[in-house]
Ligand binder design. Sequence first.
Ligand SMILES: Nc1nc2c(c(=O)[nH]1)N[C@H]1C(S)=C(S)[C@@H](COP(=O)(O)O)O[C@H]1N2
Ligand SMILES: [Mo]
Length: 351
Amino acid sequence: MKLRFRSPVHDERVAAKLGLWLGVAFGLCFVTGLLSHGIQYPPSWFTWPTRPVNLYRITQGVHVISGIAAIPLLLAKLWSVYPKLFGRAHILERGSILVLVCAAFFELFTGLFNVSQNYAWSFFFPDAHYAVAWIAVGALLVHVAVKLPVVKRVLKTPEPNLSRRAFLRGTGVMTGAAVLATAGVTVPWLRDVSVLAWRPGKGVPVNRTALDAGVTRVDPQWTLEVIGKHTKRFTLAQLQAMPQVEAELPIACVEGWSASAHWSGVCVADLLRSVGAEPMSTVVVESLERAGRYRASVLPPNHAADPLTLLALRLNGQELDIDHGYPCRLIAPSRPGVLQTKWVSQLKVMS
Ligand SMILES: Nc1nc2c(c(=O)[nH]1)N[C@H]1C(S)=C(S)[C@@H](COP(=O)(O)O)O[C@H]1N2
Ligand SMILES: [Mo]
């Protein structure tokens, strides 16, 4: 029996057009994802600039937005091409498409679960999301290479069929709607439009509370230890008495949200200078948190030296709340939220 698929959208021109949009979304998502990975696990040759201060916020936002846009595009594309699965394409081509579809779904679903902070699996999300991205891109390149002649041929002339045009337009509208409904998590002026945003609109959200991190009480005798050529300890009162730097800096969380805030605190470079550290040093920032994965972070030399890299004592004009990292927390320009260590107890110069 011959299967019949009558819808006019099962058509190579529709598939090519959607493929093109999807290629752009996946390309943006892949490149911004690589950057994010590079910043969090930097190879020796990698440096990430500290300016503009919102640079990481932007690349992270593009990652989330392009990932969201890819979901309706992928569904429309699959709807357009699924009859081909019953066609006569070469087994290898069908195999590579199967890999591509599985990898694409894996990326989009794990990404969505990640932004909803729902880890319904046992693997470590960033590692798996990163590894499968390479599989998706490899399979995508094979797919593009195979289909390039078709794409070139069919995209030369405009689409004459009205229902195909309507389908493409509908997909465009759905994609735009999905983006508008969520992009407010990272684009401030869309806060009120984004009804599906997974993070509240006002203020700085708390990603991990002090209670979750096991920092239930800060010792009144708390001091900040700064270890360089020699070691110094600073009480909170001493930090408060030092020159305070004020800056508008964002928290850009890899769990898919960002928010800008007004911070004030002590310049990290000043503290490092006070213990005789070389100007371009790598610095480890340790927190009071005992065991969490994000209890410490590394400041690369350009971030450690930047005058806007702060140990913040105040947020939006008020003393830091314990959930935001009291007694002091790191806030540095153009840096993922996960590296903005809260409840800092020690700065240690490495080199
Ligand atoms: N010690 C410590 N610092 C931490 C974390 C943590 O789990 N432990 N979480 C980080 C993450 S993932 C983010 S996004 C920011 C969020 O800061 P906020 O809760 O003040 O918004 O803090 C970072 N600092
Ligand atoms: Mo985060």
